[in-house]
Design a protein around this ligand. Sequence first.
Ligand code: GN1
Ligand code: MG
Length: 364
Amino acid sequence: MNEELTGIINSFDIPGEPVSFDAITDGHINRTYKVEVETENGSEFFLVQRINTFVFKNPDELMENIVNVTGFLKEKIRKNGGDENRETLTVIKTKDGRNYFKTDKNDCWRVYSFVRDTYALNSIDNPEIFYETGRAFGIFQRLLSDYPIDSLFETIPDFHNTEKRYESLEKAIKNNRANRVGEVEKEIEFIRQRKDDARLFTDLLRKKELPVRVTHNDTKLNNILFDKKTDKGICVIDLDTVMPGLSLYDFGDCIRYGASTAKEDEKDLSRVSIDLDLFEAYSKGYLEAAGQSLTEKEKSLLAVSVKIMTLELAIRFLEDYLNGDEYFNINYPDHNLARTRTQIKLVADIEKKLPQMEKIINSL
Ligand code: GN1
Ligand code: MG
């Protein structure tokens, strides 16, 4: 058992000794381990995570958000007769009552209880499970609809400001820090042709035509836990980016990742497209759970939000590639380029399918 990790776990209010740990490598940002702790009542499991402070500059604010949001959710879940220990995350405090632990090297670590008898997915094999995903994120949004939005810290300012993302890509092109611009002229050209798309949401926000809500902002498929027995999506995790945002960010981003026929970093682009059955299943689940609270304007933009969010990710991956891979975890040197190309292929496919996607939304 890793000594450093044992020391970290022992500084949390956990009644027992850590006996084993497994790295969980799904996320692109934080470092995560599942830890088994031997207690008087047998084995208990915890999730131990190093917060990426290059990405999240203010861990105090970040953790305060999470403690408050999960506290708010727990109260609602209790009132609705649910299980507050399964349907949202539980933050374990340190022995001295803090929300996270800071090592002498200034690394910041936090601990959650592990939600037993659940599983997470990195890809979808049947529409039913994606319907469940839509429902789970829809319910999440609904439960937080009366959360005091002004009390939330913005953990990453302008996180889904696609217009600013576009501008900072242009800066990265100009600076060419990793000397990679020459390799990606086609990709840059593709994105530049869609400059106006990057300001669709910011323009509407300036005109106050879209409501700002409490949103998750990172609705990747693997941020839902499914119940092993019922296969229902029961717990939304990865709450680092719960912030004021648009419902369209959450909708579009989840389809981008989950309804793609290929992985986010698939190199064989012929395999990359949007699966309309999955699109329909998710939309159905999401609209059943949250549809009533959406404005007509929001509904009318659901289909196009998939394109905008996919374009945004293409911009973000490409920017990181040009900056020398300092933001997203990578597994090989041109990983961010592979991700960029996949997103671009997906944008092109979505553009072709937009009329069909609109039709599906209208039929629901
Ligand atoms: C990151 O941490 P993870 O893997 O759930 C990123 C998301 C991206 C996603 C792309 C804080 O999410 O915005 O959509 O990678 N999270 C942050 O896979 O930047
Ligand atoms: Mg995640």
